[in-house]
Write a protein that binds this ligand. Structure first.
Ligand code: MG
Length: 393
């Protein structure tokens, strides 16, 4: 990279290994090129207009949506990921539109109630092919959105779909055809997909620290042994000794994000210079991802993740919410799977359609699609409508 930090970085000249319209593998259903927009810009716009995107506002990351208005939801998380990912893409002269599209779509398949919801639904679907939010995001953009006259789903480009599918089992990779190929051949996705994946990590680690501290589930003293946090904290304290605790934490979180982004850009830039891939296809053929943290940052990151797992995600108050959430999901699945006529008419039609094709497996999938699409609030209300005799409609 010829630019120095602080220098204006222009996205006008994409690097030779960036994804561009010219090298895109295109869409599943051919369409004329958009006027005044790039193909990836059109992807990004279609995602913004999707119903599943709007629902992210009422879906949980770690905290249940109605717990407090200040906490992140999947919508604000996705926007934060897009912001971080775009900065990285611009610094590395990669495709910002593709990066943003992947970032905004990456969580579309999440169930209500975060990971607890996904685990519960996966348990319910054990005998029917399982449930995985990553694959579900792809299902949303490929099939479930009903927006366009000419095709099901959003008909996104191969590159955006490739970026959404971060991981995939061998069995599913075989079924997915062209999109699954890279998992079988052990190839890499575009650099835009690689960086968005890491931007996601930077975003959730940092904002879970922020939200966890605000909720008083974790405390600054506990983070003493976590250098990634503490180094920044000490620096801020030294420089601004009289700053309020709230502003101190925000300043620390801001620096936490920034130091990871800078490390990622510098390390990846060096690797790209060493390997010098000629184009996107050569990026795909690399044995390893070219977008990475330095070894030391990866280690620091690992420690922070371990801390969050032990002290935040396993905190008894979070666990109580998760346990409750799992019960709601299981109850809903049981009720709808046993008797699909309890579902709204539109969802019943999907059950009929999918069970015509795949019998019980199809029926279970349609129920899982219906539940996965719910917001936290809607799932709680549906649960009451089905199980609470005092709730009549
Ligand atoms: Mg995410």
């Amino acid at each position: 990279m010829n630019t120095e930090p602080g220098e204006l970085i222009s996205s006008a000249r994409p690097a030779p290994y960036a994804a561009t319209d010219a090298v895109s593998r295109g869409r599943r259903y051919a369409e004329p090129s958009p006027a005044y927009r790039s193909e990836f810009q059109r992807d990004r716009d279609r995602i913004i207009h999707a119903a599943a995107f709007r629902r992210l506002e009422y879906k949980t990351q770690v905290f249940v949506n109605h717990e407090g208005d200040l906490f992140r939801t999947r919508l604000t998380h996705s926007i934060e990921v897009a912001q971080i990912a775009r900065s990285i893409a611009r610094a590395l002269r990669l495709n910002e539109d593709l990066t943003e599209a992947i970032a905004l779509a990456h969580d579309l398949g999440h169930t209500p109630f975060g990971h607890a919801g996904q685990d519960a639904l996966n348990g319910c679907m054990k005998e029917y092919g399982g449930f995985e939010h990553n694959l579900q995001s792809l299902r949303v953009v490929d099939e479930l959105e009903e927006k366009y006259a000419d095709f099901p789903g959003l008909n996104l480009t191969f590159e955006t779909r490739e970026g959404i599918l971060k991981h995939c089992s061998r069995k599913n990779a075989v079924e997915l055809g062209e999109l699954g190929e890279r998992f079988l051949k052990k190839q890499q996705p575009s650099l835009e997909a690689q960086l968005t994946n890491l931007a996601d990590e930077i975003a959730y680690n940092s904002h879970d620290v922020d939200d966890g501290l605000r909720a008083e589930l974790i405390h600054v003293d506990q983070l003493n042994d976590i250098p990634l946090f503490y180094r920044q904290y000490e620096e801020v304290k030294q420089r601004y000794p009289d700053l309020s605790q709230r502003r101190t934490i925000h300043e620390v979180v801001r620096r936490l994000i920034n130091c990871q982004v800078v490390d990622l850009v510098q390390t990846s830039d060096q690797r790209l210079e060493q390997v010098c891939p000629a184009d996107l296809e050569s990026v795909r053929r690399q044995p390893q991802a070219l977008i990475t943290f330095s070894d030391s940052m990866r280690e620091l990151n690992h420690e922070l993740k371990g801390f969050l797992r032990n002290h935040l995600y396993r905190h008894y108050r979070v666990h109580r919410m998760s346990a409750k959430a799992m019960r709601v999901i299981r109850d809903l699945f049981d009720a709808f799977f046993q008797d699909p006529r309890l579902m709204p008419e539109e969802a019943q039609l999907r059950v009929a359609e999918l069970s015509d094709n795949a019998g019980t497996i199809g029926q279970a999938r349609a129920v899982a699609d219906y539940i996965a699409g719910m917001t936290d609030r809607y799932a709680i209300t549906e649960h009451a409508r089905i199980y609470n005799p005092e709730k009549l409609t």
